[in-house]
Design a protein around this ligand. Sequence first.
Ligand code: HSE
Length: 458
Amino acid sequence: MRYELPEELMRTDRSNALKPVKIGILGLGTVGGGTVNVLTRNAGEIARRAGRHIEIGAACARDLGRKRSCDTSGFRLVSDPFALVEDPDIDVVVELIGGVSPAKELILNAIEHHKHVVTANKALVAIHGNELFDAAQRQGVVVAFEAAVAGGISIIKAIREGLAGNRIESLAGIINGTGNYILTSMRDQGTTFAGALAEAQKLGYAEEDPTFDIEGIDAAHKLTILAAIAFGIPLQFDRVYTEGISGITIDDIRQAEELGYRVKHLGIAKRNGELIELRVHPTLIPYRRLIANVDGIMNAVLVNGDAVGPTLHYGAGAGADPTASSVVADIVDVVRALTTDPNNRVPHLAFQADAISHIPVAHPDEFETAYFLSMEAIDRPGVLAEVTRIFGELNISIEAILQKEPVATQRAHVIILTQRTREKNMNEALRKLEQLDSILGRVNRIRVEHLSYSAHDA
Ligand code: HSE
């Protein structure tokens, strides 16, 4: 399947002149389906960043007849993963089947065939990563694994590249979305442990074997990877102290709250003198800490570097599209590396210079936001009616009104919270308000943004 760029870009885009990169996807489950969908939906943007068209050459699934979350009509659907890995038509192998075997053999086979690999397989990287990376280095290929840790958060890139100037002192992360979802539901809804787990499984967040989520094994896989790249140590999953959340009760959560703490399942890696501590366990955190307020399936990793200090990396830690976001980012990295033209390395402004698009920048009149307004009004009957009539005429919906009782003056302090509207309308409303005899002086405006982008972001 080849995804075409919009026509105006086709004329100038250098990516047209280069042969498309063909990827082979192993596994069309939750993450595999998400990866096909993201590659399809954002094909134009992705090609403008990568400098090459990216085509799905083939995908391999266990059950070819199964109903899927993605459209498979544009590429070959095959059942033999080894044939796909060895197919000379495939440039990059994307391993999304999970588990150790046959994923390990497939990746080693891809490496032997000089293919770059993108994987989301945390168990495999944590347990056999040292061997895989040795093999990749010998063959001069990349094994990219951003999606293996914290779903859609680019934490591997952040530690490996963005924080490369630091000595990392410690990191602590909520790195299992299912566990965090369970603890949040228990606290907020009083849901039972089993009920919250079943819900997370239904939503496609949990591992095939839920023991991995609730007993901390999944978090330990991810911590192993984070610790290796933070401290420059080998991957050593078997050295991680691991405790799960299955013993946590609603009473524990309530009593911790009474003392000012939240219970979170953390993966912690930190220096302790000459040693490194590697541990996964339920942890009380003061509720005022940002990370204590990371709820639902959201993940967050707090990385403490000697130069930068604490940094918090937050985002969806599981789910089809968020994880696909990291898989596709790795594919773009590999495609850029495959492109010998030095202009096609990471572009200064993220998109290839000849693929910059000229989307017009909005005039402030066109901004859309909600508003908090505060004004002094003469305290007499009918003033609020005058004020609200102005909003009604301009089609601005009021969310809340608060009037403070005047204290020893004839002035009332009126506060209005509006719903989203065009800035142009609000400017007009303010002009009319300030013309009213009953409104004294200027109306003070502060814009309101709810910033709630995700239903899961509790
Ligand atoms: N089961 C994992 C989680 C999926 O809940 O975080 C993402 O690795």
